[in-house]
Design a protein around this ligand. Structure first.
Ligand SMILES: Nc1nc2c(ncn2[C@@H]2O[C@H](COP(=O)(O)OP(=O)(O)OP(=O)(O)O)[C@@H](O)[C@H]2O)c(=O)[nH]1
Ligand SMILES: [Mg+2]
Length: 304
């Protein structure tokens, strides 16, 4: 066998492709992707609309490579520049993948879920992924629930999972694998995301804002990684939190700087885990007004 013939024979059994993860806000898309790839590369929170960027999460097996694309929760209820940009990002993703995972919560089939059905592609397999299985105790009711949902769209297949508890993820992968085209892997086998450490550092700080601030605050904020330097094995990272108003600045900083300290300590620990090395992190807060409605500003942050 020549080298070329050998490579073709190798590709013949190998599957590799793109898998979009879509659904309304808060159903567990990012949690699902993180558990499928075994690393936390996409931030998650109890609040809706945490994800603002498309993030690729890569999972490699001996016979397949899955490139998952986590997307922002699609929503039709609130208008505004931010939502338009987020929704556009979901629509674009749907046209570029080999398989779609349409994620919903077990026992919750809402108007917000149904409104997404017309956006789903017709020529690409769409799997129904019923997440939060741990919350659905009644199996008969769950099976009736799935039947109801399946009446509304011709899903290629269905799987029930618990993303948070890592349940039935291997079963889900086994169903996705045959939908991927035959191809050699696109990424090195130890690579888990296409995003840079610099990007991930900013996202980790944003996740802590979602965790430690009230209901509305994190939505009007953004983060900017102002400096990311390697100093031997040490990473020196400077992050600015951009807020709308002076008043928000003092909320983020907290009494005696307590809140900001908590945010930066937790972020640093997460970064050290993800980057597998020591991090020196400095976080500060800056006032910047009116960003949420300024699309140009969003673009500057890669939200296009
Ligand atoms: N009980 C339970 N909770 C889950 C499960 N999967 C995710 N969650 C929780 O659901 C919430 C939302 O999870 P995310 O992964 O941020 O949801 P998302 O769909 O990415 O949300 P957006 O990015 O805002 O659209 C978090 O509090 C998760 O811990 C699960 O299997 N069981
Ligand atoms: Mg998300």
């Amino acid at each position: 066998m020549t080298d070329n013939e050998y490579q073709e024979a190798g590709a013949a059994g190998y599957h590799c492709g793109f898998v979009a993860i879509v659904g309304r806000p808060n159903v567990g898309k990012s949690t699902l992707m993180n558990h499928l790839i075994g690393q936390k590369v996409s931030i998650t929170s109890k609040k809706a609309q945490t994800t603002r960027h498309r993030v690729h999460g890569i999972h490699t097996e001996p016979d397949a490579q899955f490139v998952f694309v986590d997307t922002p929760g699609f929503q039709t209820h609130h208008k505004g520049a931010l939502n338009e940009v987020l929704n556009r990002s979901v629509k674009e993703t749907l046209g570029q993948v080999d398989c779609v995972l349409f994620v919903i919560e077990a026992m919750r089939w809402t108007g917000a879920d149904r409104e997404l059905l017309p956006l789903l592609p017709r020529n690409t397999p769409v799997m129904l992924v019923v997440n939060k299985l741990d919350k659905a105790k009644d199996r008969l009711a769950l099976s009736e629930f799935i039947d109801t949902v399946r009446q509304d769209f011709a899903f290629a297949d269905v799987e029930v999972v618990s993303a948070k508890h890592g349940q039935r993820l291997a079963e889900l992968l086994a169903k996705v694998r045959p939908t991927l085209p035959e191809s050699m892997p696109l990424y090195p086998e130890d690579m888990v995301t296409d995003k840079s450490e610099r990007f991930l550092a900013g996202e980790i700080v944003r996740e802590k804002l979602f965790r430690y601030l009230g209901e509305e605050l994190p939505y009007s904020m953004n983060v900017e990684v102002e400096q990311f330097e390697l100093d031997g094995a040490l990473r020196r990272i400077h992050v600015a939190i951009l807020v709308d108003k002076e008043g928000q600045k003092s909320i983020v900083i907290g009494k005696g700087g307590e809140k900001l300290k908590k945010i930066s300590t937790e972020a640093r620990l997460d970064m050290e885990k993800l980057f597998d090395g020591k991090v020196f992190l400095q976080v500060w807060v800056k006032v910047k007004s009116g960003w949420a409605d300024d699309v140009r500003f969003l673009k500057q942050f890669g939200l296009d």
